[in-house]
Design a protein around this ligand. Sequence first.
Ligand code: SAM
Length: 164
Amino acid sequence: MTRLDSVIRRLTAQRTVIDWAAEWARSQPGLVLELGLGNGRTYDHLRDRLPGRDIYVFERQPAAHPSCMPPDSHLLVGDIFETLPAFRHRFGHGAAVLIHADIGTGDQEENRRLAARLSPLIAPLLRASGLMLADRDFALEGCRDVTAETGIDPGRYFAYRREV
Ligand code: SAM
C-alpha cells in the first residue's frame, strides 16, 4: 500500500465514523467538541453534518483555512490539558454528546502518551450514551468500544459510547 493509499483509507474511515456519529447525535441534546482544529477539515464536516449545533473547538495554535475558523466564542485556544478542565468546570460533567479527537502526530509513542493523559479528562465530559471518536484508541472509563457498529475496518478509526 502506498502512503497515498494509506491517507485515503484513513480519511475515508474518519468521514464514515463522523457521519455515523452525526446521524445519531442530530436528534440528541448536548455540546459537540472538536479536539484539534488543524486546518479545519473535520470541523467543517461536523458543522455541515450538525447545522446549528454548538461546536466547541480546542486548539493551541489556530491556523485553519480562513473559511473553517470557528467563531471566537467557540474556539478554546491553548494547551488542551489546561483548556479542557476549565471547560468542564464551566459546563459541568456530561455536557457533551459528541467528542471528536484528532490531535496526534506521526510519533506513535507520543500519541499513546497523549491518549493516556487525555482519557481521564474526556470520559467525564460525555453524557450517558454520548460518543467519543478518535484517530487512535483510548481507554475511557465507563465507555464501550463501538467501532464495529460504524462499518469501518478495525484499527483505522475508533468510536466509544458512554454507558454510565
Ligand atoms: N482534524 C483536523 C483537520 O481535519 O483538519 C486536523 C487536526 S491536526 C492532525 C492536530 C491538531 O491538534 C493540530 O492543529 C495541533 O496544533 C493540535 N494539538 C495537538 N496537541 C494539542 C494540545 N495539547 N493542545 C491543543 N491542541 C493540540
